[in-house]
Design a binder for this molecule. Sequence first.
Ligand code: B12
Length: 496
Amino acid sequence: MVTNNEFKYSRKKQLKVGLVSLLGGEHLGTDRKNVQNDLEPFGLLYIGGVAKAQGYETRIFHPYQKANPDEESIAKAVTEFKPEILGISSMTNTFNRSVALAQKVKARLPHTKIVFGGDHIGTNPRDVIQGNVIDVGVYGEGEETFRELLENYNGSGKSLEEIKGISFVKNREIIITEKRPRVMDRTQLPKPLRDEEILKTAKVGVLMYPAPSEQTGAASLLFQFGCPFGCKYCSATTLYGSKLTRSSVECVVEEMKDLKEQFGINTAFFTDLTFNLNYKLSEELCANLERAQLGVNWTAMVRPTSPNNQPILKDSTIEAMVAGGCSKVAFGIESFEESAMQAYHRPTSLDEDYRTLRKIDEAGALSKVFLILGHPDETLEYYNEVISVLKTLMPDEVRISFLTPFPGTPLWNDLEEKRNEVLLTTNYDDYTTFKPIMKMNHISPDQLIKQRQRILHEYYNSNEYTSHVRKKVARTPKFKKSFDEFNEELKRRELI
Ligand code: B12
């Protein structure tokens, strides 16, 4: 049991901060048949920005760095660096491996303090107890919390009990301190600490303009942080509450400009969960990006309808996005199975989805839709409907996840005492959205995996899709290479 987790070091010692984020299960190995994007561990980079701004020697360790291809080499590199503080960012599917890595480091550096943050501990602060190695868990957004922890390290700050937004173990008891209010104006925060090697390895996939082979690095960016819509399967509500915080138009344009000039990137990924939430602001950002003519193409996630299914995505926003360099617009259809839409608190309008896709085609961008399969009530008939709906909607790219009630989400919390009854597994490693997690009434896990493959295979091989792509490339010839590379990847994934 981690006992002395107070961080008392001699006054103003030049502390060293190590930061680690491991890759998800689907990103490991050569297969990578479910990988969509390779992006920076963005949350961790913001934490790095805080540590650097506090004047600490800060180093990031990540598998996109040639020197750190796997967890053993990362543990070795961290040990050689001898940080006083090791910050680890983890999702649920990387949590167990992150704990194992922390144990390896702690065994060699018993005085190094281990601080976990990110989507998993961020929504499950009680898991600070796991593995008996985590000194502090940071839940919710982490910048201000980590700054106060660093001050605590230097003996100049608050005691752990006084620091909001953390969990730790004291006298065999899990202490969870008060929730930390969000930082409404993120222009006050230090910029993310970028790592050139990670940035240049990062790519937006699978279908993108510029095509993956022509991308010179993909930067993650954030304008509006959080989402008030409260879909029950999403971690955002638990992580960030319903408030939306933001940076500024000037800061985002400046950041993209700096990344272009400093690292020569030509691609970006907005991690905003719903880019069109405040459409006037989003359009203002796009107008400024258009004026700046930075030659960076980017993708963003939008939402066509509100939680009560009213249209919220304006044509003017899509036009402004494309004029500002957006070359791929992504949005969730998720499910149109009645009980699933209710259970997820996430309705969809296929008419509005159709209108949105045609608008994206007309504006000259690529489109990607997200679907979730695996709600217990789904049937084979529903999957046949999914195929015919896709042939009608004709998105350029489809990502199908399996319903995954991530620990700490409303969906997980609602399952409460009947979890063992309705879940196939509670092994965190399986929570990648590419493994069936929920037991279903009419479909076995193997059948579900086959149905997912069948839906993608039948859609991408359909005449509707082939002629849609032909017309799209005829209308926007610059997309030819993007679709050619996409085709190659679909073949490699045995989807065509
Ligand atoms: C961008 C993104 C990605 C990117 C990059 C992910 C990365 N960080 O490495 C890509 C496309 C690669 C990706 C892949 C996957 N993703 Co993803 N992704 C997102 C998305 C859309 C935005 C995340 C983001 O950048 N937010 C902005 C940053 C600034 O916020 P943040 O990450 O929360 O960081 C803050 C705090 O968490 C905290 N913090 C974070 N790390 C640390 C570390 C320390 C030490 C401290 C103190 C604090 C701290 O402070 C940060 C600043 O305030 C989220 C959606 C969401 N709801 O957030 C899903 C999301 C994180 N992804 C999810 C999943 C499941 C995956 C995949 C497993 C899916 C798959 N199989 O492909 C993979 C796994 C990849 C991996 N590396 O593990 C889930 C995770 C749920 C969970 N509990 O695990 C989310 C929440 C979506 C959802 N379904 O709800 N993803």
